[in-house]
Design a protein around this ligand. Sequence first.
Ligand SMILES: [Cu+2]
Length: 375
Amino acid sequence: MPIAAAYRDIRRLVFGVLALVGLAFAVQGVSAAAPAATAPEASAPAAAQADAAPAKGEPAVGADAAGNTDGGYEHLGPEWIKGQPTAFEDSPLKSMTFQDQYTDDGQFALGMNDYILAPVIVFISAFVFFLLLVVVVRYRRREGREPSRTTHNTLIEVIWTIVPVLILIVIAVPSITLLARQYKTAPADAITIKATGYQWYWGYTYSDNGGFEVISNMLPPEEAEARGLPGHLAVDNRMVVPAGVPLRIQTIGADVIHSFAVPSLWFKMDAVPGRLNERVLTIQEPGIYYGQCSELCGARHGYMPIAIEAVPMDKWRQWVASKGGSFGDEAEVTEAADIQAPASATEGAPAAGDGPTAADDGNAPSVPLDATEPA
Ligand SMILES: [Cu+2]
């Protein structure tokens, strides 16, 4: 009974592979059993801000985002970090998959990945692997056996045409839905914030609030870690935004193409010189969300992280006020839209994104091109 023997061989092989995979997952599960830190209550920062005495006469410049005050505004501390990569040592499984999502689009996309794409991929791969095994074992060359000369089978051909079409439809419906959701334009009352990519730092312009710009440079990793913040991700000035309301995020490049990307917010948009890109972003809950420039933009491309601090609306208004911003109607906004040069563009300013090599000979403009500003 050579066929029965062949099936027994297949069974042994399949069980062996399954046992190995199971063993690997068990090992990972044990090493990833560290308890997840629970996120603090949303009311905590509001309570914390009460003790923050406004420091009279202290310049807001130089204040930083590491839990320090900023003209009476107290920044969120490290316990609020929600969007950041996971180290392999902390959780091998989590380090290889997506970050937790804090936007509706992100959760939709992650659900599509987890419940549609991944199962379909696994099922098809396993099925094809099984068929290959059957063919390899059952139809191998053997003595005294004539190979089958079958070339057509109408029923099977109909099945292998229709089933893939159905699979594609199952994938296409949520996929196109997601695409459409991501291209939805921002509502009229969305708050506009423009992220400008510079070589090599970010500037955040609050166009609806007087047009002030916050310059965001990476903290030296040692300093970040001393404050309990992730090295290479923590910045001196975060992009502070209100949570729970739609934001009209615009991106533009001042010198070369950068890309504004924050994985836990399902947000990635190129920042192209001379072109204003726009996408709506609604962050579900307060927290700190980290991202990085995701377009190779020069020598210090790897050192221009993005840190978004989402806070309740009243707290955000307090921060805007500490920056000298306004909340006026549109007439007031256009009048006050005085674009200031970023502080770090000044010659000799600390952490002005100076290149680490002699190749950085200053050919690229270090001062933002005003011509790229929208009129
Ligand atoms: Cu960049």
